[in-house]
Design a protein around this ligand. Structure first.
Ligand code: HXC
Length: 508
């Protein structure tokens, strides 16, 4: 009997070693943890239950029958994060570069299916070179099955991808269909084809970092939603993110105990808006002062910094914050900002997370760059996303709300439930200078100056909109947290149904 038990332990030990000690050492030398070490850090201590530790590939091509490694390059199972169930798979780069075989795919599919049945989030840790080349179409088929499940699970359970090594092919396309992608700086890369293939096909010489490093995907392409210094920081931050997320689209948002009084007033907000309307200020200050304990998990920090998106809590419950950032491009809406915010709004709406929107926007960015890049379509994405949202929408206009951007940023007209403005708000078709120059073209400088003053007095205030009921109330900046908390409490059971249809046709 003892022999049998020892044999199990021996087989487990063998599987835990993955590609062997030398490859584990190489992994560490590159500053990366192993697939199992990562799981240990991500999950609550001792909570991991592994599946399919003894699964091996079945390929006989290219001498593969001689090299079989238990687990076949991916560690799968479930565990808890601060007591809440999550499913996961963690690619093991020490085994055939983490590449995906038919059986490796079956392991991932199993946890995808289980996560869907249990309606719990799934997290993929990627450090892998895509389809296992030796397996050919069997590997491609495996990816197809994974992709299909990514799509079926979209909007039902949160799916998070963490890129922790060089990733190519299917190991970037599957993440691309999940809700969030996070990367580790300097050790992770994402590309459809690596630098060698790029050189062969296009003759372009490019490093892995230049082609698909964290700096590229978090700031330029917007493919990734954030990056972290190393594996440890990244995994700890993912635990923090999971604390904000609902388990599924029907569970409601998680609620955590909070010491932060919902009636807390912050008088420093009364002077947040500078006297000069063209002077910037940091909208993140407002978010931090409104959110419980100033705890804010920002998403896509480095991309389209003219709009801020992320999760916080009010009265212990998760909310999504969307805010124009006057510090960057005066908070203008451009292609990137529209895409970024649209995706965030749609995530929140899919998972029933109320959205708090802070508005200070001078309009859409003019110019050929933007128009040729399809600003119309991309701007429409954000308009569509807000118009389609049925979650509680609370909006506060702090300063400018000009033109179409006023409509887009969760205005009353497209579904805002509670729309507040600070006394400093300016709600108009455009700023005074532009407006007067159009209406009074060709008039004398004195007349222009007089008309400008008149325009400023009449239109650059919240009261024209408030007189029409487009703004529910003009509120004191210091009372913003309290007013939002009360609005959200009032809207807790909001229920709105859209007409039945197969699906909408978002301008993609
Ligand atoms: C089999 C692979 C592999 C793969 C890596 N390895 N990728 N084995 N299939 N796809 C193996 C290597 O042979 C090597 O084995 C070990 O993993 C480590 O790889 P290295 O190349 O030494 O590591 P590194 O220099 O860090 O480069 C990592 C890499 C590179 C950037 C991922 O290996 C690479 O470019 N791999 C191929 C990527 C690719 O084109 N995949 C197919 C994509 S098609 P040894 O034994 O030597 O240590 C795809 C289709 C899906 O995925 C459908 C999409 C829509």
């Amino acid at each position: 009997m003892k022999d049998i038990l020892d044999k199990l332990e021996q087989r487990r030990e063998e599987a835990r070693l993955g590609g062997g000690k030398a490859r584990i050492a190489a992994q560490h030398k590159r500053g990366k943890l192993t697939a199992r070490e990562r799981i240990e850090l991500l999950l609550d201590k001792g909570s991991f239950e592994e599946f399919d530790m003894f699964v091996e590939h079945r390929s006989n091509e290219f001498g593969m029958e001689k090299s079989k490694i238990p687990g076949d390059g991916v560690v799968t199972g479930w565990g808890t994060i601060n007591g809440r169930t999550v499913y996961l798979f963690s690619k093991d780069f020490t085994v055939f570069g983490g590449s995906l075989s038919e059986t490796h795919a079956q392991k991932i599919i199993k946890v995808q299916d289980m996560a869907m049945k249990a309606r719990a989030p799934i997290i993929g840790l990627f450090d892998a070179g895509g389809a296992r080349i030796q397996e050919g179409v069997a590997a491609l088929g495996g990816y197809g099955e994974v992709f299909k499940r990514n799509v079926i699970a979209s909007g039902v359970i949160p799916q998070i991808s963490i890129i922790m090594g060089p990733c190519a092919g299917g190991d970037v396309y599957s993440p691309a269909m999940t809700d969030f992608i996070f990367m580790v700086r300097d050790t992770s890369y994402m590309f459809v084809t690596g630098p060698d293939v790029v050189k062969t096909v296009t003759n372009e010489v490019v490093t892995a970092e230049e082609l698909g490093g964290a700096s590229v995907h978090t700031a330029k392409s917007g493919v990734a939603d954030g990056s972290f210094e190393n594996d440890v920081e990244c995994l700890l931050q993912m635990r923090r993110l999971i604390d904000f997320l609902p388990a599924n689209n029907e569970s409601g948002v998680p609620e955590w105990p909070t010491q932060d009084d919902i009636d807390r007033e912050d008088h420093s907000l009364d002077t947040l808006i500078p006297d000069n309307p063209n002077k910037p200020y940091d909208i993140k200050e407002l978010i931090l002062k409104v959110a419980d304990e100033g705890d804010f998990f920002e998403v896509s920090t480095a991309y389209a910094r003219n709009i801020v998106t992320g999760f916080g809590r009010i009265a212990g419950a998760t909310v999504g914050f969307v805010a124009n950032q006057p510090m960057v491009l005066a908070g203008v809406l451009d292609i990137d900002a529209s895409r970024k915010a649209a995706r965030f709004v749609r995530f929140c709406d899919a998972f029933n997370i109320p959205i708090v929107t802070f508005v200070d926007v001078p309009g859409f960015l003019p110019g050929t760059n933007q128009e040729y890049g399809a600003l119309i379509k991309h701007g429409a994405k954000l308009l569509f996303a807000y118009s389609q949202a049925t979650v509680p929408l609370v909006t506060v206009i702090t300063r400018k709300a000009f033109g179409g951007a006023y409509d887009v940023m969760a205005s009353k007209h497209i579904g805002g439930d509670i729309n507040y403005a600070w006394p400093t708000a300016q709600i108009a078709v455009m700023g005074a200078k532009g407006a007067v120059e159009i209406i009074f073209r060709g008039r004398s400088a004195e007349e222009i100056a007089a008309q400008t003053r008149q325009y400023e007095d009449r239109f650059l205030s919240p009261f024209v909109a408030a007189e029409r009921g487009y703004i529910d109330d003009v509120i004191m900046p210091h009372a913003t947290r309290k007013r939002i908390a009360r609005a959200l409490a009032m809207l807790k059971n909001k229920h709105v149904e859209m007409p039945a249809r197969k699906h909408d046709n978002l301008p993609v």
